[in-house]
Design a protein around this ligand. Structure first.
Ligand code: NAD
Ligand code: MN
Length: 491
């Protein structure tokens, strides 16, 4: 450590950072009082409805439908009709045009979508603006490019669409998860019934407007809102040929049981407990940024979040010191403020779950650190938290918290790092920080995880497949692999 670094590390942590408020204009979004289901290109007046809120203020935003199995049946019927009467037969190059159009409209309307995503989900506007929206558009652009090249993606295998895809997405990246699912399904000639998560339906409902603007034929994409009961009705519906699910491992398992023996296709993208492994030769300041991005990005509501930090013993003290100092600079608050780093927790239910696991961590004997932090009075909030002295058996080292909570463990040798990193029922992602290229490759070979980042974390690209091992699910989204999940092949 240089003299300068030593001095920096000893300087007192600033207790508060004052910036003038920099709110994004909320009136970029025009909400309707009540939304229906989007079926066959029309709005269907819902039979039952509930209120969706802004988790940062608990204020009501709009009424949305809670789709019954009859309404799900209408949506599946519309998707079947669109599949059989046109969509699967139009030329792939024509299909591509619709996808390009959707991508461009998403870009044009990205500020509006970003505000809505932050309003309904609680994530910082900086993230919805710079991550969710650009990546959503990029997914449509990427799969638009594949639509007329499937014969090249799968040479000599005669790919054809599967039919009607039922797609169930979670609340942590509502529009991005929609894009990950809708774009490849359409590029391959399938039709869709999509169900957004109950706490974050609004960006999917605005997306229906994009579909109309793009003049996508009616029924190609249908959107039904509602909670797990609506999802269950979609899973059970005999007219659905494939289910693509992203969400909890618990629900994923129940869907797999439900579908056993039905012949329906299934892909599952479930939870994770990713290890972020820091070797003693890593650039520590960069690693600290990667650790922060790994676990506090999107309030830690990220399935591939680097929630278990594995630090080589020899650098434990300086690294944890730097991390704690960095934590004190995170700004928690109004999701629509452009200076906000950490926004609101998505729902009361999720906040309760985080609190329960954090209490378990304290009870089991881990040491908790939370920087001084003033939380807004209304809404759902949780202070960015670090646990040290964590044993591998603790619940906070085993279970997915899905919140801004990091568990720090240590290791001595690379073998020990691999063993500890793989000691989890999950296998979605991992991070490796080291200066040595050979060590990166050796670690990547031994870590049992679908995505492994080296000297970075939480980077996404539509060309790069994403998915898990073990209880993190199966099937891949993104890349050429993501096409295969929506195709049948002649044997
Ligand atoms: P969840 O699995 O219950 O919900 C995900 C989606 O599945 C939602 O659209 C929901 O309405 C739907 N769903 C719920 N029950 C269903 C059923 N029986 N049949 C069909 N669809 C159903 O997740 P949650 O309860 O909102 O969150 C709980 C935990 O799940 C979180 O704490 C986190 O650990 C995990 N999670 C993971 C991801 C991910 O990206 N992998 C996303 C969200 C939640
Ligand atoms: Mn649930």
């Amino acid at each position: 450590m240089t003299e300068l670094e030593r001095k920096q590390d000893r300087a007192p942590v600033p207790s508060s950072w004052d910036y003038a408020p920099a709110p994004e204009a909320r009136d970029l979004v025009q909400l309707r009082e009540r939304y229906g289901h989007f079926v066959g290109g029309e709005w269907l007046e819902p039979r039952e409805a509930y209120t969706t809120i802004d988790p940062s203020s608990e204020e009501a935003l709009a009424e949305v439908g809670q789709a019954t199995s009859e309404e799900v049946d209408l949506a599946v019927g519309a998707a079947r009709d669109a599949f059989e009467n046109g969509w699967s037969d139009i030329s792939p190059a024509e299909r591509a045009k619709y996808l390009y159009r959707i991508a461009r409209i998403l870009q044009e309307r990205s500020r509006e979508f970003a505000v809505l995503e932050s309003l309904n989900g609680g994530k910082p506007i900086r993230e919805s603006r710079d991550v969710d929206l650009p990546l959503s558009a990029a997914h449509f652009f990427y799969y638009a490019g594949w639509a007329d090249k499937l014969e090249y993606a799968f040479p000599n295998r005669k790919p054809r669409p599967i039919g009607v895809a039922g797609q169930i997405v979670p609340w942590n990246f509502p529009l991005l998860m929609l894009s990950w699912k809708v774009a490849p399904a359409l590029a391959t000639g399938n039709t869709v019934v999509l169900k957004p998560a109950e706490t974050t339906p609004l960006s999917a409902l605005l997306f229906a407007d994009v579909l109309r603007q793009a003049e996508l034929p009616p029924g190609v994409v249908n959107i039904v809102t509602g909670d797990g009961r609506t999802g269950g009705a979609l899973v059970k519906h005999p007219g659905v040929d494939k289910i693509a699910f992203t969400g909890s491992t618990e629900v994923g398992k129940s869907i797999q049981r439900e579908l056993a023996g039905t012949g329906k296709r299934l892909t599952l993208e479930l939870g994770g407990k990713a290890a972020n492994v820091i070797f003693d030769d890593a650039a520590l300041d960069q690693a600290v940024e990667g650790i922060v991005n790994g676990i506090y990005f999107n309030q830690g509501h990220v399935c591939c979040a680097g929630s278990r930090l594995l630090v080589q013993e020899s650098i434990y003290e300086p690294l944890v010191g730097k991390l704690k100092r960095r934590l004190a600079t995170l700004r928690v608050g109004d999701p629509l403020d452009k200076n906000t780093d950490v926004g609101a927790i998505n729902s009361r239910q999720q906040l309760d779950k985080i609190k329960e696991l954090v209490a378990a961590g304290e009870e089991e004997g881990a040491e908790i650190y939370q920087p001084p932090c003033k939380l807004p009075e209304k809404g759902y909030w949780f202070v960015p938290t670090v646990f040290t002295n964590v044993a591998q058996s603790y619940r906070i080292a085993q279970e997915e918290i899905f919140g801004p909570v990091l568990s720090v463990l240590t290791f001595r040798t690379p073998d020990e790092a691999v063993e500890k990193a793989n000691n989890t029922p999950y296998g979605l992602a991992a991070g490796v920080w080291t200066e040595k290229g050979s060590r990166i490759l050796a670690m990547a070979q031994q870590l049992r995880a679908g995505v492994i980042w080296a000297n970075t974390y939480n980077r996404f690209d539509p060309a790069s497949p994403f998915g898990g091992y073990k209880e993190s699910g199966f099937g891949r989204e993104g890349g050429r692999h993501g096409l295969a999940a929506y195709l049948a092949f002649e044997e």
